[in-house]
Design a protein around this ligand. Structure first.
Ligand SMILES: NC(=O)c1ccc[n+]([C@@H]2O[C@H](COP(=O)([O-])OP(=O)(O)OC[C@H]3O[C@@H](n4cnc5c(N)ncnc54)[C@H](OP(=O)(O)O)[C@@H]3O)[C@@H](O)[C@H]2O)c1
Length: 294
């Protein structure tokens, strides 16, 4: 039984809950950093587990208020951060959360002698450096590398939670997709990715690219979502040039939304197939999602 203490930042989100649970199951003492502790008591929107029963300590903090992160790492051996801006929030930027929030956490980790810092960035980050959300992640990765702390950067493909977004569109009966739907990718379940994250504590690799065990085109996954719901697929492919025009217009009046949209457009342009791991199948995820809403 290990007695090391881990801080999971972003523990109320999709990946964070699975990682918190995996650390707990391996015997680590678990402190979480969240904005809202009530979220931990309920199952998440993509069936990610409730974790309030397994958490040893809760620390409330907000990446946009760096003072609130002070001493979050006091007494901590390992920091894992998936604290990130994935949904548009008014007046909040990727730079504030993904870069500066994580940098404040890193500075706190350095001040308190943390042994290792594990961070979630994105797969193919180098091919999407013009996307603000991605470059904010990479600015933090640069800080992490320069800090001298022992670290691992994990670069996953899309999570099953992103497939949950398409599932919800399929539920409404009509799904919109940027591009022609032929790009390939291997999405990963949070529990499979969590294993990689916890293994990283004792792993000497500094960068790990990872995806799930099955490769699909975007259209294949979306047809699977309709099938799980017993619905006839209805997919409208939005040409990328139309997406670019929408992105340009959005950027003029809503930068947080444009940052998320820019990421969605970029991943629609390229294949995202990373080294495969895990066992969880997307069809089972869609089946469970369909059962949960029936
Ligand atoms: N989803 C994907 O397909 C994917 C793929 C590759 C990499 N990633 C990266 O992996 C990370 C985790 O993704 P996810 O899908 O698990 O995201 P998620 O479900 O949205 O979770 C993000 C976590 O960050 C927290 N957070 C957001 N803004 C914050 C702030 N201002 N202060 C403190 N905490 C804040 C959220 O707290 P609240 O619960 O309070 O909002 C939540 O705990 C992100 O950095 C994302 O960019 C995601």
């Amino acid at each position: 039984m290990k007695s090391e203490k881990v801080l999971v930042a972003g523990a109320s989100g999709y990946l964070g809950r699975y990682v918190a649970r995996a650390f707990h199951e391996r015997g680590y003492l678990l402190r979480v950093l969240v904005r809202n502790s009530e979220k931990l008591a309920t199952v998440g929107p993509n069936l990610e587990p409730a974790i309030s029963e397994i958490v040893d300590e809760i620390r409330i903090g907000d990446a946009t208020d760096q003072a609130s992160l002070k001493d979050a790492c006091k007494g901590i051996d390992i920091v894992f951060s998936c604290m990130g801006l994935t949904k548009p929030q008014q007046q909040v930027t990727s730079e504030q959360v993904d870069h500066l929030g994580n940098r404040a956490l890193l500075n706190d980790a350095l001040a308190h002698g943390v042994r290792k810092f594990i961070y979630i960035s994105v797969f193919n980050g180098d091919k999407m450096s013009d996307v603000e959300m991605v470059s904010a992640h990479e600015r933090f990765v640069d800080d992490l590398k320069a800090s001298g702390i022992s670290y691992t950067v994990i670069r996953p493909t899309a999570f099953f939670s992103d497939m949950g977004m398409f599932f919800n569109m399929a539920r409404s009966g009509h799904l919109f997709l940027f591009g022609d739907g032929t790009n390939r990718f291997n999405p990963i379940h949070g529990a499979d990715l969590a294993k990689v994250c916890v293994d990283a504590v004792e792993n000497s690799e500094q960068e790990i690219s990872v995806g799930g065990p099955e490769i699909f085109t975007y259209d294949e996954t979306n047809i699977m979502a309709f099938k799980a719901l017993g619905k006839q697929p209805w997919i409208t492919h939005v040409p990328l040039w139309v997406g670019d025009a929408i992105l340009f217009g959005t950027g003029l009046f809503n930068k947080p939304l444009a940052s998320i949209l820019g990421f969605a457009l970029s991943v629609s342009r390229i294949d995202n197939v990373a080294p495969a791991t895990g066992t969880r199948k997307l069809a089972d995820f869609f089946r469970d999602m369909a059962a949960s809403c029936s």
